[in-house]
Design a protein around this ligand. Sequence first.
Ligand SMILES: [Zn+2]
Length: 449
Amino acid sequence: MASLWFERAWIGNRWERGVRLRIADGRIAAVEIGVAQEAGDERHRAGLPGLCNVHSHGFQRGMAGLSERRSRPDDNFWSWREIMYRFLDRLTPDDVAAITAQAYAEMLETGFTRVGEFHYLHRDPVGAAYADPAEMAGAVARASATTGIGLTLLPVFYAHGNFGAASPSPGQRRFLSNIDSFAALLDASRSKLAGDANMGIAPHSLRAVTPEELAALIKMSPAGPVHIHAAEQVKEVADCVDWSGARPVEWLLDNAGVDERWCLIHSTHLEESEVQRLAASGAVAGLCPITEGNLGDGIFPAVDYLAAGGRFGVGTDSNILVDAAQELRALEYSQRLAQRARALLASEEAPFVGANLFARALDGGAQALGVPAGLAVGHAADIVTLDFDHPSFAGADDATLLDRWIFAARTGAIDGVWRAGVKRVENGRHVDAEAIAAAYRTCIARLLA
Ligand SMILES: [Zn+2]
């Protein structure tokens, strides 16, 4: 049994001093607080639980930095989506495994220990089914095995091109399912899961799923996470109102039985009544501030939502830049820029922004991926250690430690990451980073040739 001893560790969403974690079979077997270091303990200065990344499209890491060129005066989310569709046109399962592994290694290096993969690339390049309907899910599972990151697989149901069961576009041919083929996809995907991987479902959006299909999907997966994109774009909200008379989040709250199982990805454009109702529903808002900024989506009303007790997790979505601390920083900064004020995502009870954001993203992220949160007996040994030699931690006290990490440290503030008790990151680098990056470089060079 391995044992790690920390000067301080984040237990029950606060710092405790003199903490020993005993690890057996990938899980935390004991948590001892207020104890001295003993022979045989591996010593660290500060230990955190790993965060859940609630929303990723792993393959999109391969086009990071390739869509920043202005191609027309009205470049926006929809023109970006056309570039993304062209990029995925030729991807093979091996390409998806190589690109996704690079994204997952970066996630581990920056403090994410589990990823919710919103997986929609199911069909071959001409839109035909693979002999194994879960061929691509298998590629995602291989990336998880290669890197060691925990996996919550969220197979996506995608059937239509817009509200009202509009026909899909040619660019969407690799995503498509009907209810029968999706049932087969779920069955086949389940066989790809290893270790403590779990599975939910992801109706892509109200653009891609009819109300009848949504009801059938929920029946198909009576337990486990349900993720859906909602209200990311103003045009999407307007189209939804045209179609149904309601806004996307409003429609889901009225019609879909949104509860603790649900994670509404983005939920960017909300009216005040939707903010209050979503917070009260117990669902998680899956916020992806870096991607939302990159795509020009808009600003989530986080101040009001958190004040209403709303739950959230963070996701890296397009994987344009993978970094847990930077997601939390971007979330706070988006609010500051919009409201011209400081220290907004905090409260009287939790005045330090970094600690508040970390605690809430930890709990909300775990809920969204259907796993328990934090360092506790029986939970997966998913642990992150901070490098106290990093200048950002000079003279650090407990109160400001997470602020220093989230707001003031560049990359390199994390030194070790254990996932299910296995050390995957040492000195800030994934132990297999070179091999993973080499496979990634080969793949991208061929795709762009
Ligand atoms: Zn997404």
